[in-house]
Design a protein around this ligand. Structure first.
Ligand code: COA
Length: 323
């Protein structure tokens, strides 16, 4: 990235004003999996950190609920929202988009579209909405990350079935080019050469479930995530010590720990909610953000790092000053 582009990133803010989330009511515990397949609570907890996940609902329903909460908390008028970007790899339908469902349910008058960058989708959505706000396309936007991963899970494969849950998270972004708050820098990337280690194929028109080589994926993902996080923090003109919380994709507790170790940040600064949600794909970063805001680990004026990574392989990091 050129020095000029880097300076432009640091100057330009779009504020993250509020976050809202939605989880289905139904809980699927590790004990439930012990009945369904040859596995154990001990194996799942020790390999992944997951104890339970929420399952059910519809992608559009979860997206609408999260977006409505974020909008209510933001105090931004519905009439001001000019853009809805929804990140998902599990839409209810290919058309109309999930974002169109959010626009309609909330009575918005705006542009709305979906994007798919798998588990990095919400983080990509932030960069896209930020860029559109800066271009003048809108003055406020909703960015939603939502997935119904359990609708795309193969319950005959014990190595992947135990990982996933459903959920949604949304943030309201407002345009504030010269303010102290908001997005300060970002980094995005993709390496499409690894379809053999993580894929969710459609065969004969049917979603067949996630196919994954977990061990190989682990190594690539940690490396790409860490490099991206470092690049975004540097472009923001900050040090990792300045970042109060890392809101990283919740794929696996061991990945969160490895990211923390390689970034050299304390484990408690890498927010973890995976014990009670599992891997919710595009929803996991805003779900982690909501948890950290709710318990005060992230407050107004705090620098944060939002770090999405997953299928593609794709990754996206955003450094922002919250609130
Ligand atoms: N319960 C009990 N045993 C299981 C099991 C389960 N649910 N799933 C797999 N096993 C068994 C395997 O059959 C294998 O047995 P074997 O040694 O007799 O052949 C053994 O456990 C080890 O399997 P393996 O797949 O190598 O486990 P692992 O230690 O690599 O852990 C993951 C599996 C998926 C938890 C881990 O690889 C991982 O988290 N990878 C990264 C995932 C990731 O990056 N996801 C990002 C997606 S966005």
């Amino acid at each position: 990235m050129s020095a000029e582009a880097q300076q432009q990133q640091q100057r330009s803010g779009s504020r993250l004003v509020a976050v809202g989330t939605a989880l289905p009511d139904k809980v699927l515990t590790n004990a439930d999996f012990e009945v369904m397949m040859d596995t154990s609570d001990e194996w799942i907890r020790s390999r992944t950190g997951i104890a339970e996940r929420r399952v059910g609902g519809t992608t559009t329903g979860l997206a609408v609920e999260a977006a409505r909460r974020a909008l209510e908390r933001s105090g931004v008028a519905a009439e001001s929202i000019g853009l809805v970007v929804t990140a998902t790899q599990t839409p209810d339908d290919l058309c109309p988009s999930t974002a169109a469902g959010v626009q309609d349910a909330l009575g918005l008058i705006c542009a709305a579209f979906d994007l798919n960058a798998a588990c990095a989708g919400f983080s990509y959505g932030l960069v896209v909405a930020h860029s559109m706000l800066l271009s003048g396309a809108a003055t406020a936007a909703l960015v939603v990350g939502v997935d119904r991963m359990t609708a795309a899970t193969n319950y005959d494969d014990r190595s992947t079935a135990i990982l996933f849950g459903d959920g949604a998270g949304a943030v309201v972004l407002t345009s504030e080019p010269d303010g102290d708050r908001g997005i300060r820098a970002w980094d995005t990337g993709t390496d499409g050469s690894h379809a053999d280690i993580l894929a969710s194929p459609i065969r004969d028109g049917r979603i067949t479930g996630v196919e994954m080589n977990g061990k190989v994926l682990f190594k690539h993902m940690v490396r790409y995530a860490v490099d991206s996080a470092r690049a975004a923090v540097e472009r923001a003109g900050l040090e990792l010590d300045d970042v109060v919380a890392v809101l990283a994709h919740q794929a696996n507790q061991r990945i969160l720990d490895a990211v923390a170790d390689r970034l050299g940040v304390d484990h408690d600064r890498v927010i973890s909610i995976i014990e009670h949600t599992g891997n919710t794909s595009a929803a996991s970063v805003p779900l982690a953000l909501d948890a950290a805001v709710a318990d005060g680990r992230v407050g107004p004026g705090d620098p944060i790092l939002l770090l999405g990574f997953g299928g593609g392989l794709s990754w996206a990091s955003t450094v922002a000053v919250w609130g």
